[in-house]
Ligand binder design. Structure first.
Ligand SMILES: Nc1nc2c(ncn2[C@@H]2O[C@H](COP(=O)(O)OP(=O)(O)OP(=O)(O)O)[C@@H](O)[C@H]2O)c(=O)[nH]1
Length: 211
């Protein structure tokens, strides 16, 4: 695909792969849809496999194409989603602010991603607490403490439903990516990855672009 050869003035790619991870039902598909199409689906179903959408974004006068990969959060789809982690430029680790379990599972998601993506030490993760429009089960302080304790991860809160903080989440992650200048050491691979089982109903297929 010729698009993948597009580079900026520093010779870095301007087509960037962004993977969204997190428990089933935390709002990954809705975040992607809100960011790309500015729509919200109150009846969004569980994703099976992966789906992606492209969105162009201007950062300091440079146009980047974010290729956003929405993954299936349910444990039973692990074998379908993990092959798509490799080659990622950024990762949104997502939980729902009204769901403490989804927050507890964040670290397993981070480890799963590191294990299958084999990313560098300074890899740009963005931790996203979604559903800020609902009553909270997780405080900003708890989430920030997790981020500080795990390599100074960026943290932000969003509501895909009310269109709050969504564009900022993606833009901040892109800024962090842009700030990384040099090749870094790979992160050590975790020994194992274990997610608690999540979610119930399902929809979807591995959609366009899943080559
Ligand atoms: N109140 C509220 N509901 C949301 C928000 N974002 C998503 N939802 C709802 O949460 C449910 C799950 O959203 P999805 O985007 O399908 O969740 P997902 O993380 O993609 O789920 P999987 O595909 O199973 O991994 C849907 O009913 C959405 O309408 C939000 O910001 N606020």
């Amino acid at each position: 695909m010729s698009e993948h050869r597009r580079t900026n003035s520093r010779g870095r790619s301007t087509v960037l792969k962004v993977v969204i991870l997190g428990d089933g039902g935390v709002g990954k598909s809705c975040l992607m849809q809100r960011f790309v199409t500015d729509r919200f689906d109150a009846n969004s179903f569980h994703t099976i496999g992966v789906e992606f959408l492209n969105k162009e974004i201007d950062l300091d006068g440079e146009i980047y194409t974010l290729q956003i990969w929405d993954t299936a959060g349910q444990e039973r789809f692990k074998s379908l989603r993990t092959p798509f982690y490799r080659g990622s430029d950024m990762c949104l680790l997502t939980f729902a602010l009204d769901d403490a379990k989804s927050f507890q599972n964040l670290d397993a998601w981070r480890k799963e991603f590191i294990y299958y993506a084999d990313v560098k030490a300074d890899f740009p993760f963005m931790v996203v607490g979604n559903k800020m429009d609902l009553p909270r089960a997780v405080s900003t302080e708890e989430a920030t403490a997790y981020c500080n304790a795990n390599g100074d991860l960026n943290y932000t809160e969003t509501s895909a439903k009310e269109s709050k903080g969504v564009e900022e989440a993606f833009t901040s992650c892109l800024k962090r990516w842009a700030a990384i200048d040099t090749p870094q050491e790979s992160l050590p691979l975790p020994d194992s990855v274990q997610l608690s089982n999540t979610g119930a109903h399902s929809r979807g297929i591995c959609s366009s672009g899943c080559s």
